[in-house]
Write a protein that binds this ligand. Structure first.
Ligand SMILES: [Zn+2]
Length: 119
């Protein structure tokens, strides 16, 4: 690296940062809405946003958006369900999710653990 004084940023993904708050170099960061992210944090943010948007496209009540964001973030960050699994589950079950209350999304956690520990 030629530039020793390269600017570093605190990743805008905050507590969800996949690098536990380690700073990101300007040249290695991804900028979204003027905020700097690690490339993989930006990818994760995008994946989660895809899950939320897919789910939201199934339901009419758009006021559920913040709850859906919160549930999907909980599944991925707290319950450690891989985001690809969440995405697939939502994509494959349009009929199911469109006819059930938003809280059934928590069922993805159970689906994941059952699949993971199947004998
Ligand atoms: Zn980060």
């Amino acid at each position: 690296m030629a530039d020793k004084k390269e600017r570093e940023y605190v990743c805008a993904y905050g507590k969800n940062c996949l690098h536990h708050g380690e700073k990101v170099k300007a040249s290695e960061s991804v900028v979204i809405s003027n905020k700097h992210y690690h490339w993989d944090c930006a990818g994760m943010k995008q994946e989660i946003s895809d899950c939320v948007n897919t789910y939201m496209s199934y339901i009419d009540d758009k006021t559920q958006f913040p709850i859906v964001c919160r549930i999907i973030n909980t599944l991925v960050f707290k319950n450690k369900v891989p985001v690809e699994f969440v995405k697939k589950s939502i994509e494959n079950s349009r009929l199911y999710y469109s006819s059930k209350p938003v809280q059934v999304l928590y069922g993805i956690r159970k689906m994941f653990w059952e699949k993971e520990f199947r004998v």
